[in-house]
Structure formats: structure tokens, C-alpha cells
Design a protein around this ligand. Structure first.
Ligand SMILES: Nc1ncnc2c1ncn2[C@@H]1O[C@H](COP(=O)(O)OP(=O)(O)OP(=O)(O)O)[C@@H](O)[C@H]1O
Ligand SMILES: [Mg+2]
Length: 295
């Protein structure tokens, strides 16, 4: 069962093609990160998924229905990038109000507890700090116990500790088969809190897989050594190597298997290898190289 299906979805704003032929499906029960730089089309995609914005082309389904139907059935909860709380209501009143809009909501105290708001329940929305406001917005998103939870940059304005607690709450909400889609440009957040990362840039999917697969696909590791004036022929053929760059007497090999590459470099070539260095590409490198390649 797919929670989300985008079939050849595009969205244009005048001259800007914000989303360009997006094809993707998300199985129910998954937690998926939509990772991309500013302007990649994350919010546009999310707003279309929620039925707030119409695609210029293509079709979107949420649990087999149109986004409007899925939302009307109470199957979707969302935390958007913008949106004000009603300033004169208390946190408890806001959550109580929103949960009554859904057919089978979570308990009021349960929601407050999950969003770490029990101690702030009596405070008026107008008096909340930025990070506290984000927690209330999370509470409103989960109040109806939606099967699909959609979060657009949920940790913006949160400090380090709030972030950690937030992701804990999100993971516990996702347990038991709920589906979560969140947008972020924090690579580490995507890596640590999702089981699938979809990298978007320029309105298109440029990579899709687990964080580990994305790292491997972007070259994984680099093996670097001083080549001096020696001829470099044959380096491309070493095991694991996907690219070779020679510059100022230094050879840089991108490899998915640095152990095998280095073993073969010593045993299988007659090169004199000096100043050998192996670096692991982290998700940040992988992400940047993917986004740059797509330009
Ligand atoms: N209402 C609008 N009118 C015109 N252009 C828009 C509008 N909304 C978004 N865009 C453009 O569409 C593109 C995608 O924007 P979108 O907000 O979806 O990106 P994003 O990935 O959410 O970025 P961010 O990380 O900054 O939130 C951008 O080039 C943006 O300038
Ligand atoms: Mg956005």
C-alpha cells in the first residue's frame, strides 16, 4: 500500500518551474526525508501533497485518494513552513480545538506529553518562544492521529536540545506503522531520522535511497597520494574506483571500496605510492556533489 504517489507531477509559477516531473512513491509505514537546498521545490511538493496547491501537470494520490479526500478523511496531519497560531488561545485550548476536528484523535494529555508541552499547557500562544511555537505546531499536526504526518522544516528555530527531543517524539509517533514525510536542508537530520532520503534539486529527484546508499552513490571515499611525475595509466581500473583526478602531482581516486583499492594499488601496480590518505565522504559531500551534478 502506498501512502504517497506522485506521477509525473510538475508545478509552474509563471516562468519558474518549481517542480519538474516528479515521480515517486512512498510505502505506508516509512519515514522519508525530502532533502534539498533552498528553492529545490520541497515546500511546493508538500503543499501539493496536502491539496493546498494544484499541480500544473500530473497526479498525486494519498492512500489511493486525492489529497483533498485524504485530508477530509482526517488521514493527514501537517506542520507547514508558515502559519500563525491563534495568539489569545492557550496551548491546551489550541490542541483541544484541533483534535475535535478529527474522527479519532489522540488523547489531549497524550498529545501535550508527546510534544513536550505539558508544562506549557496553560500558556497563551502569543507568549511562546519560537522553539515552543514549533512544538505547538507539531502537537497540532499529530493531534488527529493522522496516518500520514507531513513536516516542512520542523526544527527551524529549535535549539540543539529541542531538536533532539523533537526527533525522539517524531520517531515515537512513527512507530506502529504511521508514515512521515519531512523536508529539511539539514543533512544530519535526514541521515539520523529517516529510513529513506530523497534528494531534490531544481524540482527534480537527484538521488533516492538510504543515507548509506546516497553516500556510496556519490563516490563513498577518496584515496589520495602523491604521484609526482609517474604515469597514472590504469588507476581507473582498480577495484571500486569510479573516478580519477590528477592535479599538481597528486592523484585522487573516488572509490566505493577503499580497502580493495589500496590493496590493489600496492600489489597490482608498480607505482611508488607516497603520502597515502583515505577520507570517507560524509553525507554532506555526497549531497553537495549530487546537487552540483544536477545543475
Ligand atoms: N508563490 C510563488 N510564486 C513564484 N515562485 C515561487 C512561489 N513559491 C515558490 N516559488 C519558487 O519555486 C521554487 C521552489 O520553491 P519552494 O518553496 O518549493 O522551495 P523549497 O525547497 O521549499 O526551499 P526552502 O528550503 O527555501 O524552503 C523556488 O525557485 C521559488 O522561488
Ligand atoms: Mg520550503
Amino acid at each position: 500500500m502506498n501512502a504517497i504517489a506522485f506521477a509525473d507531477v510538475s508545478r509552474r509559477y509563471g516562468d519558474v518551474l518549481a517542480v519538474d516531473g516528479l515521480d515517486l512513491t512512498v510505502e505506508a509505514g516509512r519515514t522519508v526525508a525530502l532533502l534539498g537546498p533552498n528553492g529545490a521545490g520541497k515546500s511546493t511538493s508538500i503543499n501539493m501533497l496536502l491539496g493546498l496547491l494544484r499541480p500544473t501537470r500530473g497526479r498525486i494520490e494519498v492512500f489511493g485518494h486525492s489529497p483533498d479526500e485524504a485530508v477530509a478523511r482526517g488521514e493527514v496531519g501537517a506542520m507547514l513552513q508558515s502559519g500563525e497560531l491563534i495568539p489569545e488561545l492557550t496551548v491546551r485550548e489550541l490542541v483541544a480545538f484541533v483534535r475535535r476536528l478529527y474522527p479519532s484523535p489522540l488523547g489531549l494529555d497524550e498529545v501535550l506529553e508527546m510534544a513536550d508541552l505539558t508544562g506549557l499547557a496553560g500558556r497563551r500562544a502569543a507568549k511562546l518562544s519560537g522553539g515552543q511555537t514549533q512544538r505547538v505546531r507539531f502537537a497540532l499536526a499529530i493531534a488527529g492521529a493522522p496516518r500520514l504526518l507531513v513536516l516542512d522544516e520542523p526544527t527551524a528555530a529549535m535549539d540543539v536540545e529541542s531538536r533532539l527531543r523533537f526527533w525522539e517524539a517524531m520517531r515515537s509517533y512513527a512507530e506502529g506503522g504511521r508514515t512521515v514525510l519531512f523536508a529539511t536542508h539539514y543533512l544530519q537530520e535526514a541521515d539520523e531520522n529517516s529510513d529513506r532520503v530523497i534528494v531534490v534539486a531544481g524540482g527534480r529527484v537527484v538521488a533516492d535511497g538510504t543515507a548509506a546508499e546516497i553516500k556510496a552513490g556519490a563516490g563513498g571515499h577518496t584515496v589520495r597520494f602523491t604521484l609526482g611525475g609517474q604515469a597514472a595509466a590504469g588507476l581507473e581500473a582498480l577495484p571500486g574506483v569510479s573516478a580519477v583526478e590528477i592535479s599538481a602531482g597528486t592523484a585522487t581516486l573516488r572509490t566505493a571500496d577503499p580497502d580493495a583499492t589500496v590493496a590493489a594499488l600496492y600489489r597490482g601496480t608498480t607505482l611508488e605510492v607516497r603520502d597515502l590518505r583515505i577520507d570517507g565522504a560524509d553525507l554532506e559531500d555526497a549531497f553537495l556533489s549530487l546537487v552540483q551534478e544536477s545543475r
